[in-house]
Ligand binder design. Structure first.
Ligand code: FMN
Length: 227
């Protein structure tokens, strides 16, 4: 697994949270192929984290990636509602369906406790069951996939989601919120599970100030050529 640097901004902002929780930073994990089962042991160093400022990409021309199906889905996991705000903004701006990715067994609403739960899930490469699956998944050509950064990675439920919903052949765009880490650092988690996926862009917004930054989403969608 590629080792990446944690910026000083991340350290200041996120370690403060972690210190409050008495939690330790987690090692990132080697991930098995595009399947619901993980066969490799976990290990290594935390995955990417980078400054959020100007953190958005439109890496691949959407035309080059043109999906066969015109329907668009915004699928989001959001524990405390920040990333949901971004999802709702995209849903407002782009003709789309909105799907909440939720665990069958809800997470605790206690912040310190969920830090520990998320850390344990990563340690064990545990895949929480989904409360529901997307109906008519094959109808969607473009998928906006959103989630918060959890311990420098995708929340484990996103791994469940992408192993149960085949992203191959779809135009996939990733968005998220965090306390300083970049969502770009989580993209390898998705690519490792689904080697055939093409992710055409990503954006990270600061969780605490998300409501005042939503106009960045408008500009980003414009850059992607998706609105
Ligand atoms: C379990 C957990 C792990 C987190 N890990 C990180 C992290 O690695 N880097 C970071 O910048 N923020 C981290 N955060 C902060 C969240 O990414 C941030 O608050 C986000 O906006 C929450 O989005 P949500 O309201 O959609 O759940 C973490 C928060 C939680 C609860």
């Amino acid at each position: 697994m590629q080792e990446q640097t944690v910026t000083s901004l991340d350290r200041r902002r996120f370690l403060r949270l972690a210190a409050t929780a008495g939690a330790t930073l987690l090692a990132g994990g080697a991930i098995a192929g595009c399947s619901a089962e993980s066969t490799e042991p976990r290990g290594g160093t935390p995955n990417a984290a980078s400054d959020q400022s100007g953190d958005s990409t439109a890496a691949t021309s959407p035309e080059a990636n043109a999906p066969a199906s015109p329907k668009t889905l915004v699928a989001v996991f959001s524990w405390s509602g920040h990333t949901l705000q971004v999802a709702e903004r995209i849903h407002e701006l782009v003709e789309s369906d909105l799907f909440r990715i939720e665990p069958a067994e809800p997470y605790t609403s206690d912040y310190n406790a969920v830090l520990d739960v998320a850390q344990r899930e990563q340690d064990d490469d545990y895949r929480p069951a989904l409360a529901a699956s997307v109906e008519n998944w094959d109808d969607y050509g473009t998928v906006y996939l959103g989630f918060p950064v959890w311990w420098y990675h995708v929340p484990q439920i996103i791994k469940t989601f992408v192993t149960e919903h085949d992203l191959a052949g779809k135009n996939v765009v990733v968005f998220g919120t965090s306390g300083g880490s970049s969502i770009a650092g989580t993209v390898p988690d998705i690519e490792a599970l689904c080697p055939n996926v093409t992710i055409s862009g990503n954006i990270t917004l600061d969780g605490d100030t998300v409501s005042s930054q939503l106009d960045r989403v408008d500009a980003w969608l414009g850059d992607l050529g998706l609105r």
